[in-house]
Design a protein around this ligand. Structure first.
Ligand code: PGA
Length: 247
């Protein structure tokens, strides 16, 4: 399983970042899945620069600009240069701040051009009775994949993160049955862009209130490849318990 800890802006002190990194290193060394952490940009630079462990690093976002005269922007080249191998793109919290699909596509393309694996976040705001949310997810995936080459399509990770489930608690997350359906649905869309066995090799993650109390049931009931974990990844004990729960 691929388990990505998205620290968001929860971790502000370097001391805490170092503590969480130490936990991630222990989990990765014990062979507990592929562990990726996504600290804030300054902490990413500090920790990933000296990384000698099997923990991998993700940037929480990158700029849609290529660099140059763009004050305050953190480019794909900059995060790749300090040792990130993944980048979260199109997170709902970035989209809520005004990020459009067009910007998400630019970020995905910059990531790929710098050898970073984009973790493309998609997800519906709510589940309407007419199931329009399914069409919404299809659009979010299609807009990006249409613009990529067949080779590039193989290099992305898709994170299904229903917005209604983010930042709550395990009891309010998606149910294993619904997650199963969603993974099948997303995989089906991917087969339209990646014929043959291509789509089965794409990692699909789930994110939205994954905690130690629900991760095992979610993992068991669906063909999910991993999880994108927010708040529960920013507490050492919770993250350790969560990762070990699916070992
Ligand atoms: P959460 O966040 O685990 O706190 O719900 C997940 C995410 O937004 O990536």
């Amino acid at each position: 399983m691929l388990i990505v800890g998205n620290w968001k802006a929860y971790v502000e002190t370097l001391e805490k970042a170092k503590r969480l990194y130490a936990v991630a290193k222990r989990l990765a060394a014990a062979g507990h899945h592929e562990i990726v952490i996504a600290p804030s940009a300054p902490h990413l630079g500090f920790l990933a620069g000296g990384n000698r462990s099997s923990v991998e690093f993700a940037a929480q976002d990158i700029s849609s600009s290529l660099g140059g005269a763009a004050t305050g922007e953190v480019t794909a080249g900059a995060v790749a240069g300090v040792g990130a191998t993944y980048v979260i793109v199109g997170h709902s919290e970035r989209r809520a701040a005004g990020e459009t699909d067009a910007l998400v596509l630019q970020k995905v393309q910059h990531a790929l051009a710098h050898g970073l694996v984009p973790i493309l976040c998609i997800g519906e705001r709510e589940r309407d009775a007419e199931a329009r949310y399914l069409a919404h997810l299809r659009t979010q995936i299609s807009l990006i994949l249409t613009a990529l080459s067949p080779q590039e399509r193989k290099k992305i990770v898709v994170a299904y993160e229903p917005i209604w489930a983010i930042g709550k608690s395990a009891t309010e997350a998606i149910t294993p049955t619904d997650l199963n359906e969603m993974v099948l649905y997303i995989r089906k869309i991917l087969t339209e862009f990646l014929p043959g066995k291509g789509a089965s090799k794409i990692n699909i993650l789930y994110g939205g209130s994954v905690e130690s109390g629900n991760i095992r049931a979610l993992a068991a009931a669906s063909s999910i490849d991993g999880f994108l974990v927010g708040h529960a990844s920013t507490d050492a004990a919770s993250f350790g318990a969560l990762v070990k729960a699916v070992t």
